[in-house]
Design a protein. Structure first.
Length: 427
């Protein structure tokens, strides 16, 4: 068998062309087969009429018109293959040319040599064009992929600094995490809301903590009497500043008031209904935190925030969150905001800090509008209302965990950090 193109061969014994691409054959006469054989051997070179007459009619004397008729018939039989061209070279003879585009057809044929020809024998321009197209397709898939969104969101944060906080008269360096474009990162941005003359807690000798800002909110998460590896979960302090005016927070009064508020109202201890479809037999990983928002001259506002995760795969599952906002005198009917969605978990780093990023695709939102909103809680109602309208993809960052607690940056009321108690419940 003599190859004409990667998918078209001349079978001299059977006197036929074998078309592998279309799985068919083209019958040839003895003379047509012999002439084509001679042309293939001299591919791209000119064959004289004498040579072709000798090949097609050996030991016979025939008129030149026999060759002319033979070439005409061959051209008709090669018409389905436009990449195979049988040319007349005036005054010299005939020439067979095969275009390189014939290689493109051959990729479906199980022939290693033909595949090599398809990949190697094409022009450099075709190769470069194919590589460029493949790169563009790959970049397009990457750009619109969920993971690119995770990387983009994660890279908007920096964790390259520490600041010193004074909590209750005890000073400690804590990890600072901030958005890339935030200019004001001095410790005073977090410290200013704690009145220095009343910043005293007699039973606090050490703490571990984190400070976070997105440029709008300045939040801190503190675990009293904790080291870098372990937090008991007792007496957690989560404070977020939404106003640059110092709030004048008396730490002892503040801690006494938080104990009262936390005991009085508990809306979000269980946020997954017992009859939630698809959750039976799974483990609910539940996190709960109380976050306080001090504003000068206003009542102290608290949001109790719950996060619940149910793993359906190693890194995927269902995600639930609920936030409930009220003030110290319950003048605001609780503002409740719940979301439900599916999450994918990624292990990433922000600088040298290990972070679990949870990409949540929001499927359902629920905002319970209060009958009355006090002036101290109005800011939070507006913020929640805005998120209810625009949120579809959210990124939650777990920046610390131990057996009993975890620290999360959540996007529910702006980007704020809080130290959460953790427990597991079998559903």
């Amino acid at each position: 068998m003599l190859k004409v193109t990667p998918y078209l061969e001349l079978d001299e014994e059977a006197k036929q062309l074998v078309d592998h691409a279309n799985n068919k054959t083209v019958t040839l006469t003895v003379s047509e087969s012999a002439v084509l054989h001679q042309l293939i051997l001299a591919l791209s070179s000119v064959c004289t009429k004498e040579d072709l007459l000798a090949a097609g009619w050996p030991d016979r004397v025939v008129a030149a018109t026999s060759l002319t008729q033979c070439v005409s018939t061959l051209r008709k039989k090669l018409e389905p293959y436009p990449e195979v061209m049988l040319r007349t070279i005036a005054g010299r003879g005939y020439q067979l040319n095969v275009s390189n585009r014939s290689h493109i057809k051959m990729l479906a044929v199980n022939d290693a040599e033909s595949v090599r020809a398809a990949l190697v024998d094409v022009s450099l321009l075709v190769k470069l064009s194919g590589i460029l197209i493949a790169i563009l397709i790959g970049l397009s898939f990457w750009y619109f992929s969920d993971y690119h969104g995770v990387i983009k969101a994660k890279n908007s944060w920096d964790a390259d600094k520490q600041i010193t906080l004074n909590i209750g008269g005890t000073k400690q360096d804590v990890q600072l995490i901030h958005k890339n474009d935030v200019a004001h990162l001095h410790a005073s941005m977090w410290q200013k809301h704690l009145a220095p003359e009343s910043n005293h807690l007699a039973d606090l000798s050490k703490f571990n903590g984190f400070a976070v800002t997105d440029g709008n909110y300045y939040s801190m998460a503190v675990c009293p009497e904790a080291d870098k590896q372990k937090c008991s979960g007792n007496g957690l302090i989560n404070i977020t500043a939404i106003d640059l005016t110092p709030a004048g927070l008396n730490m002892q009064t503040f801690t006494d008031l938080t104990h009262v508020m936390e005991q009085r109202i508990r809306y979000n201890r269980v946020i997954i209904p017992h009859d939630e479809p698809g959750t039976s037999g799974f483990i609910e990983h539940h996190y709960h935190a109380d976050v306080y928002f001090p504003v000068k001259g206003n009542m102290l506002v608290r949001s109790d925030i719950s996060l619940s995760l149910i793993y359906e795969g190693e890194k995927t599952g269902k995600f639930y969150s609920a936030a409930c906002v009220t003030d110290e005198e319950c003048k605001t009917t609780p503002i409740k905001y719940k979301i439900k969605g599916n999450f994918t978990q990624y292990q990433e780093k922000i600088n040298d800090l290990d972070v679990d990023v949870f990409h949540v695709k929001v499927l359902q939102k629920e905002l319970m509008k209060p009958e009355q909103v006090s002036s101290s809680a109005m800011h939070f109602y507006r913020e929640i209302r805005k998120h209810e309208i625009i949120d579809s993809d959210l990124y939650f960052y777990r920046i610390y965990k131990d057996p009993d607690t975890a620290v999360w940056i959540v996007p529910l009321l702006g980007n704020l950090v809080a130290w959460y108690e953790y427990d597991k419940v079998k559903l």
